[in-house]
Write a protein that binds this ligand. Structure first.
Ligand SMILES: *Cc1c(COP(=O)(O)O)cnc(C)c1O
Length: 364
């Protein structure tokens, strides 16, 4: 940060170029283009793919608003797809149903799938990508929460035709403000996105060849991320996975011994999560919503903060009122009533985790 300040070069420059190099190397793709935030990263991806009015883009019904907001902002139509109840990620069966429905019942042109790596877990890309490509659709990986995750030895942000991430402070790799990045192996799209992020510049900055946006990563944030990326790679990703294992072990023991109605997150074989959130499910058929509200209140009263990500499925958001429901999304609805995210970060101590689980068991 001092180097940047004393250089006076606050826009782009060496720190940004170096970070982009480190990020593309870590993720294992040909191009990384940083930008101002994770929402702009998605917008840049959609613009590079030429998605707009009359196009349909498939988005999970259970995600952060931005995943679908960007589609509508480009004038395209988000089509909400149900999720898997145990991984919280896009369900390929529901995606297939939605693709067929758009083809049979609408005049929209299906263009792309935005698959989200929710809470740090990569989406089921082997199935989603096969299905999408079979129907001639692009895959955009919204890896805002997924940075650092893996399927086999491939890292998150390398799965989509274009992938995006966010460096918002609460994400797995956060900066001290807003930041984001786009990843792709495609030279043409990479060049287009580099132009789009600076007002659609041509080879000369004052010759604008297309309509773009202003979305650069701050040089100070790039300097911060350079340091934080080292910590993330060297120990944070491993630490946060240890915290998650400890949570699951303690909660699952209590489920067995005390008949506590909670499901811990499921990580499929061969997948690694970067644990943007550690999210449990209240498994109490009568009224999970009521039980969750009471549990949250009791935890709060002993100084333990929790959050509900997300209380409203995309298709029920006020801003999307009037969009036709294309396929039913019962799992997204059920999750919005029953999920609860616990305190989670790489620096949580064993005794913190024990205290949280004890308080949950006691409250229930
Ligand atoms: C945070 C987030 C975004 C947006 O990132 P910002 O940097 O806040 O703009 C997009 N998609 C998902 C799934 C997110 O969690």
């Amino acid at each position: 940060m001092q180097n940047v300040a004393s250089s006076g070069g606050y826009i782009m420059g060496e720190a940004v170029a170096l970070l982009e190099q480190q990020l593309q190397q870590y993720v294992g793709v040909k191009h990384c283009i940083t930008c101002a935030n994770g929402t702009d990263a998605l917008t840049l991806a959609l613009k590079a793919l030429g998605i707009g009015k009359g196009d349909a883009v498939f988005v999970p019904d259970f995600t952060f608003f931005a995943s679908a907001e960007v589609v509508a902002l480009e004038g395209a139509t988000p089509v909400f797809v149900d999720v898997d109840p145990s991984t919280f990620n896009m369900a390929s069966e529901s995606l297939e149903q939605a693709i067929n429905q758009v083809a049979d019942d609408t005049s929209l042109t299906a263009k792309a799938v935005i698959a989200v790596d929710l809470f740090g877990l990569p989406a089921d890309f082997s199935r989603i990508t096969a299905l999408a490509h079979q129907h001639g659709l692009y895959v955009i990986e919204d890896g805002a929460q997924g940075f650092g995750g893996r399927i086999g030895d491939k890292r998150s942000c390398s799965f989509g035709d274009i992938a995006t991430t966010s460096f918002f402070p609460a994400k797995p790799l956060g900066c001290y403000g807003d930041g984001g990045a786009v990843f792709t192996d495609n030279d043409e799209w990479a060049e287009m996105i580099r132009s789009l992020r600076v007002h659609g510049k041509g080879s000369n900055k004052y010759d604008n060849v297309r309509i773009g946006i202003n979305s650069r990563l701050d040089t100070l944030q790039a300097a911060i991320l350079g340091v934080k990326l080292n910590a993330f790679v060297e120990y944070e990703l491993e630490s946060v996975n240890k915290v998650a294992s400890r949570y699951s072990e303690l909660i699952n023991n209590s489920v067995k011994e005390k008949n506590v109605h909670i499901d811990t997150p499921r990580i499929p074989d061969g997948f690694l999560s970067s644990w943007a959130q550690y999210t449990i499910k209240i498994n109490f058929a009568d009224d999970p919503h009521l039980l969750r509200t009471e549990l949250q209140q009791r935890l709060k009263s002993v100084g333990i903060p929790t959050m509900v990500y997300y209380p409203t499925p995309m298709s029920k958001q006020t801003a999307f009122r009037g969009l036709n429901g294309f396929v039913p999304t019962p799992n997204a609805e059920c999750l919005s009533e029953s999920v609860l995210s616990l305190p989670m970060h790489p620096y949580l101590l064993d005794e913190d985790v024990e205290r949280v689980v004890k308080a949950i068991v006691q409250a229930l």
